[in-house]
Design a protein around this ligand. Structure first.
Ligand code: SF4
Length: 269
């Protein structure tokens, strides 16, 4: 993971660092971890404006038919490709698109549908347990609240953020491996943890772009700013980007990209 570029001291001249404001020799208290962007508000705005021209209506690549099947698909997608999950869930969601039907299907039969997906045994257990919890605690509905979502078996903060964004239109930022890399590589929202990157991005992304920002960043990471070798000549923000690895300052032509038909087998989340 690339570390952010040059850091400026946040301590004004003639001022002692935190923990030593009284001039004593007391051991300084640890500073809170700072997450700051290397980009001005105008640069951030321009980055997302270009993403919005490229993909006016970006879609997630996980197939689903309602909030429940989206939740299940996201749970199944941990350490798996969206294409692999879609292959399994196309048949599964025809027979089980509600918590009640999933429970009626049962863990063993559910396992038959998803055994091509990594960690399928554990995921089958979680899907059955979360279906039970939805019926027991939420009237069979997927809650639109992060605190309640993360109490469901197999549901972490990232999964909850995806569901809140895609099913309920909330301005959340689900930080997967691609977004974590972009936040740090570009110095857009550096952070040691996904949550720090999430908070950094939420702070800098203009409201008008928040609804789609999550998908734009994932697609940019999957297809352009790839982990091993970023494809800088194909990148529309190459002139703005401050990543050390970038190989050109010339941005790719800004044109709309046709939506993807089916998810390709790409780097997993
Ligand atoms: S210029 Fe290269 S490193 Fe920068 S965002 Fe584009 S692909 Fe990534």
């Amino acid at each position: 993971m690339t570390s952010p570029k040059s850091k400026k001291s946040s301590t004004p001249k003639n001022e002692l660092p935190p923990g030593r404001r009284d001039g004593s020799n007391a051991k300084p208290r640890p500073r809170p971890v700072r997450s700051y962007s290397l980009y001005s508000p105008a640069e951030v705005h321009e980055i997302f404006r270009r993403f919005s021209v490229q993909r006016p209506e970006p879609k997630g690549e996980l197939e689903h038919v309602n909030a429940f099947t989206l939740l299940v698909a996201v749970v199944l997608s941990a350490q798996a490709t969206d294409a692999g999950v879609n292959k399994a869930t196309r048949a599964l969601f025809k027979v089980a698109d509600t918590p009640q039907k999933m429970l009626a299907l049962g863990e063993a039969k559910l396992g038959d549908y998803i055994r091509t997906i990594g960690l399928w045994r554990n995921k089958a257990k979680n899907v059955i347990a979360l279906s039970e919890a939805l019926i027991r605690d939420h009237g069979g509905e997927v809650p639109d609240d992060r605190d309640r979502l993360v109490q469901l078996p197999g549901v972490g903060r990232k999964t909850a953020n995806v569901v809140l964004n895609m099913a309920f239109g909330q301005h959340t930022m689900a930080v997967d491996t691609h977004i974590f890399r972009i936040g740090n590589r570009l110095g857009l929202a550096p952070g040691k943890t996904p949550e720090q990157v999430e908070q950094g991005l939420l702070r800098i992304i203009p409201d008008e772009y928040m609804h789609h920002a999550h998908h734009w960043l994932i697609l940019h990471g999957r297809y352009i700013c790839k982990a091993r070798k970023p494809d800088c000549p194909a990148c529309v923000i190459a002139d703005i980007c401050k990543a050390e690895e970038k190989t050109t300052d010339v941005p790719a032509p800004l044109v709309e990209i046709a939506p993807l038909g089916t998810a390709e087998a790409v780097e997993s989340d």
